[in-house]
Structure formats: structure tokens, C-alpha cells
Design a protein around this ligand. Sequence first.
Ligand code: TYD
Length: 142
Amino acid sequence: MEIFSSSSLNDCEIIQLPMINNRAGNITAINNQIEIPFETKRIYYLYDVPGGAERGGHAHKALKQLLVAGSGSFEIELNDGITTKTIHLNRPNVGLLIVPGIWRELKNFSSGAICIVLASELYNTDDYIRDIHEFKKIKHDS
Ligand code: TYD
């Protein structure tokens, strides 16, 4: 839990991803340990998110993630227990790295938005902290 406790919003970063473009469109490739500082074990994506819906509302103990707006746009509200910041993603060649110990909420999905998530670990319910009070307690007590 050490990284969980000590992480801050400064550890989350916007990562510019390469874009190979020509008249027939664009390609963005994300390579383990090259564009992103972890090995991807899982990819999932959020789509068909109804207008006004909010997702997330949790922190992870060990999971690192890269979020990319594969299509459309959405906002991610980040909270490290002290500071909050809102990031707007709207380009497939821009990723947001979220480290362990950061509370996140995803909101304001545009119609047709796709949120692609590259994750450093397989799905594990034990890695989630879903109670904001528990989250703040762990962050503040350490
Ligand atoms: P959850 O992580 O709570 O979604 P969000 O934070 O976006 O609201 O997951 C919602 C459901 O999907 C939950 O029943 C678990 C399931 N799920 C998986 O089975 N595998 C996964 O990799 C993810 C991310 C979720």
C-alpha cells in the first residue's frame, strides 16, 4: 500500500501518443514500456454510456491505467485525497496515466464516446477501494 498512500496528482500525467497519419487516416500504437511505463495485462473499453451517466467512483491499490478517448470525449475528475483536478480527453493520440491511490470519476461522456483503458493487472475486485471515506482515511493516516 506504500505507493497507494504516497501517490499524488503529480504522478498522473498526460502522455502524448504517436500518430502515424496519411490520406487514409491515422494509426496510434501503444507499446509496453515505450509509450507507457507499464506492461499491459488487460484492455477494456467503456462505450454506449448514456448521457449524464457517471462511472468510476473508486481508487485502485496497485493498478496503473492509461485512459484514451478512442472516440468522442469525456472528463476524468482525479482526487489524491488533498487536491482535485479535472482532465478532458478528446483525442485518440492523448492518454491519461492514472497511478495507484488516485480516486477517479468519469463523467460528461459525449454521444458515441469510447474510453479505452490499458491496465497493468488483470481484473481483481480486491484491488478496488470504493468508499471515499476509507480512501481519504488511508491517504491521510499514512
Ligand atoms: P467497474 O470497475 O465497477 O466499472 P466503473 O468503475 O467503470 O463503473 O466494473 C463494472 C462491472 O464490470 C463489474 O461488475 C465488474 C465488471 N468488470 C469486469 O468483469 N472486468 C473488468 O476488467 C472490468 C473493468 C469490470
